[in-house]
Each structure stands twice: as C-alpha cells, then as structure tokens.
Write a protein that binds this ligand. Structure first.
Ligand code: NI
Length: 191
C-alpha cells in the first residue's frame, strides 16, 4: 500500500478527531449514575468500557509503533468516577494514536505487528469505539437511564455531518460542530 499523503489523509485524521469528540460528548451526557451502568450481569460497567477504549488505544500504539508511544495517562489509577479525568485521558490516547499513525506514514515505516498500513490502526479503533458506543447506550437503556436521540444526536451523530465552517473545506478541530449548529465540546488532538 502507498503511504502517500494528500487531502484524503487530512480527512481521515479529521474523522479520528470527530470520533474522539463524540466519545467525550457521550461521556459528558451520561446521567449521574451512568458510569456504573452495565448491559448485563458480568458485563463491564460504562466506566470500565471507557477505560478499555483508552487502554486499547495505548496498547496497540505501544505494540505497533513503540517509538511513538509517549502517553502514560491512566484512567485506572486515579480516575474512578471522575469524568474530567477520563476525558483528559481520552484526549491523550487519541493524540497518541494520531501521532503514531502520522509518524509511521511520514517516515514510510510499517506498523510492527498487526496492520498492513498505519491508517488501519486508526480505522480499527474507529470500528472498535463505534461498537462500544452502542454498548454504552444499550447499558444505559437496560439500567433505565436511556439517552434519547433528541438529546445526544446533535453531539454524536451530527458531528459526522457537514460543519458550519464548510464540511470538506473545514479544517480539523475548527469544524467540530453538528449540522444543527449545536456546539459541542471541541478539542484538538493536533500538536
Ligand atoms: Ni472492546
């Protein structure tokens, strides 16, 4: 596979930023007791799912791009029930994934073990986190704390659609608004 860079690369990195923003927005939208909800007995709590997402990012970066693994933020040590800390960790691990993918592409190096192209790490994490996004909403529903599409749609689904600043012509963190114009917790994983 070619590791050439063009506008598609920028769009792919933008999709990763939007994905992390959606995840953090979901975290912020959880009801008071939402972090301890689980889909079934024996299933992980929502808090553990966020921790798992963060750890999966860092473990795969460390295994596949060890030279780019510079994030040591840990949800487990001090973050229990602290949403602000969980969110900061998610920003750090999102940056680690982005830096690893960009680093490998810019140096035209292959990932160490698991991926045929560096971008597949990012795509793998998008797919993985979409799965957990659904699991988290299912856990809330089963626990009697459902989030309605009206409440979370503008800060989750709509983050994928055209931005107020111009959709394809937007630039990274500056285009992190839903199509309804509802602002959400913007962030940047750019240096
Ligand atoms: Ni998982």
């Amino acid at each position: 596979m070619s590791t050439g860079s063009d506008g598609v690369l920028e769009a792919l990195l933008d999709s990763w930023e939007r994905n992390n923003a959606i995840l953090c927005n979901l975290l912020r939208m959880l009801p008071e007791e939402g972090l301890i909800a689980k889909a079934a007995e024996g299933s992980p709590t929502i808090e553990h799912q966020f921790e798992h997402i963060h750890n999966a990012r860092l473990e795969l970066v460390e295994e596949n791009a060890p030279g780019f693994s510079v994030c040591s933020a840990s949800i487990g040590e001090i973050g229990r029930r602290d949403r602000g800390h969980i969110e900061r960790c998610l920003h750090e691990s999102a940056r680690a994934v982005r830096d690893a993918v960009m680093g490998k592409i810019s140096t035209r190096e292959h990932m160490r073990f698991d991926y045929d192209h560096p971008m597949l790490l990012l795509q793998h994490m998008l797919w993985h986190e979409g799965y957990h996004h659904g699991q988290i909403k299912l856990a809330l529903k089963i626990a009697g704390m459902p989030l309605s599409d009206e409440a979370v749609g503008p800060v989750t689904w709509e983050v994928w659609t055209r931005s107020d600043e111009g959709g394809l012509g937007g630039s990274g963190a500056s285009c992190l608004h839903g199509s309804s114009g509802v602002a959400y917790a913007s962030f940047s994983v750019r240096p």
